[in-house]
Ligand binder design. Structure first.
Ligand SMILES: Cc1cc2nc3c(=O)[nH]c(=O)nc-3n(C[C@H](O)[C@H](O)[C@H](O)COP(=O)(O)OP(=O)(O)OC[C@H]3O[C@@H](n4cnc5c(N)ncnc54)[C@H](O)[C@@H]3O)c2cc1C
Ligand code: FES
Length: 286
């Protein structure tokens, strides 16, 4: 209930030297976001436009779950707003979080210039994350990712014990796809046919009658919309991770609100706080 409440962020950010924080930490472990100066342990370009960073941030890592994201703050004094980036992997023992992101504008391009040993100020883990079935060992799960929506599914693939069908879509050259192989049956789709199935992920699913106990997905809105139609037609519960432009990233500005159907009533929900993961049947696709 208090997992994403911004008052806890304020407490953490203003009272990190206080002894009380230790009490609050243990009390709310698993419910809070942490501000950390995360040290870069590795940084690589996966291709010309996609950067892969591993950060040492033990408190964020310890509390992370698949489908959540972190906010990364640019430190150039010009770009003030944090940038939301999904957690691609979290190692709770070593205390690292991995993020994989596309170079889009000032923020992401700045992050990609960093070196090993530099720090990035981050806040996390943010958002609700996927609901992964308690009996995941007996489940058959379909993971569907598109483009830069692929990274968070790696963490999900790693965390689910049951049988996994993993369908990854790209415009052209795939990235990260090889890392999924050890977790399930992987199918790559490309728009230009340069690798794998020639076409989009939903066409692939239709042609191959892909089914499972539930679907977890992340990708462009148009992909999620067609996937949602497929899931409803085939009576497969489907969770979609929505992407909206964000400003505050902590539920304060309403900039990321989207209409959600709650028992027949349209309610504006914040992607950064109530999401990013929603039941596909609740999303009002526009
Ligand atoms: C929950 C969530 C998870 C995401 N995970 C990833 C990921 O794992 N990998 C990845 O490559 N991208 C991801 N994105 C998109 C990523 O946040 C944007 O590409 C990034 O913020 C762009 O910042 P910029 O400074 O490079 O671009 P600019 O266009 O200069 O950004 C200007 C402002 O708009 C915001 N903004 C721009 N595009 C987006 C966007 N698509 N979503 C939200 N805010 C945006 C920025 O945060 C910034 O405040 C995610 C977005 C969301 C909402
Ligand atoms: S980005 Fe401000 S409420 Fe979500």
């Amino acid at each position: 209930m208090l997992k994403n409440d911004s008052k806890w962020i304020k407490i953490i950010s203003t009272a990190t030297d206080s002894k009380n924080i230790i009490f609050l930490d243990s009390l709310w472990e698993g419910f809070m976001k942490y501000l950390e100066n995360a040290v870069i342990k590795s940084i690589n370009m996966l291709n010309d436009n996609v950067c892969d960073i591993k950060l040492h941030c033990p408190r964020v890592a310890k509390n992370a779950c698949p489908g959540q994201f972190i906010e990364i703050y640019p430190d150039n004094g010009v770009n003030i707003l944090s940038r939301p980036i999904s957690i691609c992997e979290a190692d709770k023992i070593i205390g690292t979080v991995r993020v994989v992101f596309q170079l889009v504008g000032a923020g992401t391009k700045l992050f990609a210039t960093k070196k090993i040993g530099d720090t990035l100020r981050i806040l996390g883990p943010c958002g609700n994350g996927y609901s992964i079935g308690e009996n995941s060992i007996e489940s058959s799960v379909v993971l569907v990712g598109g483009g830069i929506g692929v990274p968070p599914l790696l963490y999900a693939a790693k965390s689910i014990i049951g049988e996994k069908t993993i369908i990854l879509g790209y415009r052209t050259s795939p990235f990260l796809a090889d890392e999924f192989i050890r977790y399930g049956n992987v199918f790559v789709c490309t728009d230009d046919g340069s690798e794998g199935y020639h076409g989009n992920v939903v066409s692939f699913m239709r042609e191959n009658n892909i089914s499972g106990d539930y679907i977890l997905s992340c990708g462009p809105k148009i992909m999620l919309r067609y996937l949602s139609e497929y899931a409803v037609e085939n009576s497969i519960p489907c969770q979609v991770s929505m992407e909206e432009r964000m400003a505050c990233g902590i539920g304060a500005c309403v900039g990321c609100a989207i209409p959600i159907d709650v028992n027949g009533e349209v309610v504006n929900k914040k992607v950064c706080k109530d999401g990013p993961v929603f039941d596909c049947k609740e999303v009002i696709w526009q």
